[in-house]
Design a protein around this ligand. Structure first.
Ligand SMILES: [Zn+2]
Length: 94
């Protein structure tokens, strides 16, 4: 893949889809109070996220349309998107 392709890739929508799947299975959580997304290091839930990702591809779920059938990209993003989230939201700190 060339450098230009890298910039053209619809990264934002792909990341958003990965975040949605992580939220759905509980890899990531959304605080019910402030709506901030947190990563509480629930690594044991990653297999469920991967399973859901495969199910999305199998049934052509519109949520993962941005991946154009690239399962590996989604599977790696299920992990990489977690980097941007903190363990705690502001209202849970202290
Ligand atoms: Zn909060």
């Amino acid at each position: 893949m060339g450098l230009l392709d890298l910039f053209r890739r619809p990264d934002a929508s792909r990341d958003r889809a990965a975040i949605e799947i992580d939220l759905e299975v509980g890899v990531l959580e959304r605080c019910p109070v402030c709506r901030t997304i947190t990563d509480r290091q629930y690594d044991h839930r990653l297999p469920a996220a991967e399973q859901l990702a495969h199910q999305c591809f199998d049934r052509d779920d519109p949520r993962i349309a941005a991946f154009g059938g690239n399962r590996d990209d989604l599977l790696s993003r299920l992990r990489s998107v977690r980097d941007r989230f903190e363990y705690d939201c502001l209202c849970q700190e202290g």
